[in-house]
Every structure is written in C-alpha cells, then in structure tokens.
Design a protein around this ligand. Structure first.
Ligand SMILES: Cc1cc2nc3c(=O)[nH]c(=O)nc-3n(C[C@H](O)[C@H](O)[C@H](O)COP(=O)(O)OP(=O)(O)OC[C@H]3O[C@@H](n4cnc5c(N)ncnc54)[C@H](O)[C@@H]3O)c2cc1C
Length: 459
C-alpha cells in the first residue's frame, strides 16, 4: 500500500496531525498505524471485583489505542509555554500558543463546548504563594474531564474514519528510507509513503530509541521526575481548585535547592494505577460528572532529577525506583504522612482508621524504603510549604502513594520544523521529547501537518 503520509501512533499528536491533513490537504492519502485498539475496544481488565490490580496486559488499554495515553486522562489542556513541553523553543512562543488555542477550538466544536476554562491571570492566590516561597505558574486550563474528553475523541474519530485509513492493533516494527520516501513495516505487511510522522508517545519510547539508532538520528536523555501522589480531603485545596482547577506550584527546597512541583491536580478525583512497560506507577483522574466525584483531591509532588555525563539512562533510573516499590508492595504503596514522619510503615489497620479514605486499593507500606532520601526530603519540605497556603496538607492523615514517575522521552534531534535529519520524517508529541502534555502534543501535530500539507499542495 502506498500513502502520501503515514502517521505512527494515534495519540493526540497523531490524531491532530491526521485531522489537520484532512483540512489542509483533503486529497492526501493518509494512513495511521496504532499499536492499540480503537477507542471503543479499549478496556482495562481491572474491575475492582475479579481483577483488583494491574495484570500487566501485553498492550495496556490505558496507554495504547485511539486517543493515546490521553484517552482516559483528566483532559486538562494547559494553554501555556510555562510547562507541558518545550515546543516554543522550536516554533516560537506566539505560534505555540496560537496552535494550542486552535486545538482548543477543535475540541470545543467536537463535544467540548460548555466545559470550563480556568486561568491564573490575576489570581490573588499568586501573591499568597510568593509570600510563602512558592511560585504559581501561569496558564489557561481547559478542563474537559475524563468523560467529555472521551466524547471529543469519539466525535473526532467518526469525522476522520471515512477520510483516513486507520490500522489498529498494528504496531510499526521498523521504519526505513526507500527510494521515494519511507517504508513502515508492521505485522500486517509493509506500507510505503512520501512522508512519515512518528508520534508514539511515552509508551513507544523504547521503540523510538531503536528507530533513532537504526536511522542515525541523534538523541539525548537526561531527565526523570520522581515523587508521590498526595491525596487529601477536597476541602483542603478547594480555594485553589475552585479558582484555578489546577494550580501548578513550584517550590525550591531549602536543603538541596531542588525544584519540587505539583503536577496533575484532580479535584474530587481518584488515584489510579498506571502501567508503563510492565512497571506499575501511580496517577490520578477526575470527572466532570457530579455522580463520579469523590470527597478527595489528589495531585503529584515531583522532584526533577537531571543527570550529566556519563550517565545516559535517566528513565532506567526512574524505572528501577518504581520497580522497588512494585517489589515491596506488589504494585503501588500507600502511606499516611504521619507514619512517614514517625519513621514507620502504614498498616492495613492504620489505613482503615485513617480519616482520609484512599480511592485506590494500594498496599500499605513505607515509602522511605523506596524513594532516595534527597527526593523524600524535598517532598516533605514541600508538603509543609503547601500547608501554609492550604492548611491541612501536612496532616497526619494525608495519604501518599508511591511512586509516581514522570518519564521523559529521550530528546530526538529535530530542526525548527520538528523534522529529523531525514527530509519528510517528523517526530512529534511526547515521543520526540519536545512535549509532555495533551495541548503541546496536539499542537505539534497540527504544526507538522501544516508543513506537510503545504509541501504536498505545492507539488
Ligand atoms: C493517566 C494519565 C493522565 C494524564 N492527564 C493529562 C492531563 O490531564 N493533561 C495533559 O496535558 N496531559 C496528561 N497526560 C499526558 C498526556 O496524555 C500525554 O502528554 C499525551 O497523550 C501525549 O500525546 P502523544 O500523542 O505524544 O502520545 P500518546 O498519547 O502516548 O500516544 C502515542 C500512541 O502511539 C502508540 N504507539 C506506540 N508505539 C507504537 C508503535 N510502534 N506503532 C504504532 N503505534 C504505537 C501508542 O499505543 C499510543 O496510542 C496524562 C497521561 C496519563 C497516562
């Protein structure tokens, strides 16, 4: 089969590339290859009854399939250059924001209308943060919620499915240059195309590494974020989440001057397992539907770890810490903040007696046996700093789940078009190392699609 453009991966990056190509070059023949299944076929076997925890499926329904890692996410589209990726370094701040706003308009016209846009501009809370050695980052946040996010994806899929060839359960195994463009090999056969967009996200990072090795594309890997997910009564953070939905707050620790930040805040949400390449870590969700809201809010506290030469495997470092928690707890560990401070493990009984009821069935344990001291010290310092702006955060009954690891894909060497050293071969989204969020990944997809459409239309 021959295509004008082949897209590998149907996460936000791949989907928005495909969407934009149908708008800007409707005559183009486009294929999308996706390792996972279509949206309706994505079912995690954990039902809380027969299957209580992750059984490490070969293809993770949470991470893979149409919608990518973002399909069951909280659907928070942060419109900002302050976090979520470094797309602006390639395409400029103005263009990056314009594209994120464009993505927002597409989401609104596909079922997202009526959802709320939050903003940090003019927030009084910003002043209070500064007074307590905390920094509130600037952003506009569109909160779709897990349920509306799903509806938007369904609508976009039904619009694209007649115009684009989707190949689900079809992992790309190899990409090679040929006389006219590229060959994508899959278990269903080889496909050829003039141009190729690779958008395989975090879950495709190992495969991406092999593509770069085979094709002589330079890469760099030096960062991983490690921490815990904090769960507290929703009322403790209500003044923040009601105004901002998600406050991105940064703290510089006194002891080591490390940067600790809040990440992925889920008001009235739930804590969930996440399976990355067979390693179980923790994450969070929340819902727009009032019936699905809980009494708790959760968010991650992450410490960024940057490595320098000669160490190159920052993700391997994070994976090994996560493996340690999996080894001790059989999965994710939960600990009361009071137990951590007293140097003792949490037990089933202490968790049962806790005033904050956990929303994830994790194994009670001791996070100090898992997390490096420097990281744990930073997290504890930040919990006390947050307690000043949200009293109650440092209560004994605050729950900490570990570990949460934010893996960064190695950075693929790309030019200002997000194009590799091979013409018409683009790498976008989280798989490129350029983005780490829904809005940046989606915007990167639109950006390269515009360029590919322009080249196609000029032929
Ligand atoms: C639980 C959870 C909650 C999140 N919440 C938010 C949030 O609220 N806001 C936010 O901004 N970000 C959030 N994120 C991050 C966000 O989902 C990602 O940044 C975003 O999905 C990246 O998009 P992407 O297209 O680059 O990659 P992905 O979404 O990871 O998509 C890549 C796709 O490529 C496929 N693939 C991989 N390898 C191959 C291969 N060899 N062949 C074919 N297909 C392949 C995968 O199956 C996957 O479907 C969350 C992530 C998780 C896991």
């Amino acid at each position: 089969m021959r295509y004008d453009c082949m897209i590998v991966g149907a996460g936000p990056g791949g989907i928005f590339s495909a969407y934009e190509l149908t708008k800007k070059a409707p005559n183009m023949k486009v294929a999308v290859f996706e390792l996972g299944s279509e949206l309706s076929g994505r079912r995690c076997p954990i039902d809380g009854d027969k299957v209580k925890s992750c059984i490490k499926c070969k293809t993770c329904a949470i991470m893979n399939g149409f919608g990518g890692a973002g399909a069951f996410s909280d659907g928070k589209y942060n419109i900002t250059n302050d976090f979520g990726g470094s797309l602006y370094e390639y395409i400029g701040r103005k263009r990056a924001i314009e594209l994120m706003e464009y993505v927002d308009r597409i989401n609104m016209s596909h079922g997202g209308e009526g959802t709320k846009m939050y903003s940090t501009v003019g927030a009084d809370f910003k002043k209070k943060c500064i007074q307590n050695k905390l920094t509130l980052l600037d952003a506009s946040v569109r909160h779709l919620g897990t349920d509306i996010n799903y509806v938007v994806l369904e609508n976009i899929y039904s619009e694209l499915s007649g115009k684009i060839d989707f190949y689900f359960n079809t992992p790309a195994t190899k990409i090679a240059k040929n006389e006219h463009g590229y060959t994508v090999s899959t278990p269903k056969g080889d496909f050829e195309g003039d141009s190729c967009i690779i958008s395989v996200g975090r879950s495709g990072s190992k495969w991406m590494e092999s593509v770069c090795r085979d094709m002589g594309i330079a890469t760099n890997s030096s960062r991983v974020d490690i921490g815990v997910r904090v769960e507290i009564p929703a009322v403790v953070f209500e003044h923040i989440t009601n105004e901002l939905y998600e406050g991105k707050i940064v703290y510089r620790t006194e002891k080591f001057e490390d940067r600790v930040r809040t990440f992925c805040m889920n008001p009235n949400g739930i804590v969930v397992n996440e399976n990355t390449n067979g390693i179980v870590t923790v994450n969070g969700h929340s819902f727009e539907d009032p019936k699905r809201k809980t009494k708790n809010t959760n968010f991650a506290l992450l410490v960024a770890k940057h490595f320098s030469e000669p160490f190159k495997d920052s993700n391997g470092y994070g994976e090994n810490i996560a493996r340690l928690s999996n080894m001790l707890g059989g999965g994710v560990i939960v600990q009361r903040f009071g137990d951590l401070e007293r140097g003792r493990r949490s037990t089933k009984q202490r968790i049962e007696e806790n005033t904050v009821t956990p929303t994830l069935a994790a194994t009670p344990g001791d996070l100090s046996l898992v997390l490096p001291k420097r990281i744990l010290d930073g997290i504890i310092e930040m919990i006390y700093a947050l307690d000043k702006i949200a009293p109650g955060t440092a209560n004994d009954d605050t729950l900490l789940y570990g570990v949460e690891v934010k893996f960064y894909n190695m950075e693929v060497e790309l030019d200002e078009n997000l194009e590799t050293c091979h013409r018409d071969l683009f790498v976008i989204g989280d798989g490129s190392g350029v983005t780490h969020s829904l809005s940046h990944a989606s915007a990167s997809g639109v950006y390269v699609a515009d360029l590919i459409a322009e080249r196609f239309n000029k032929r």
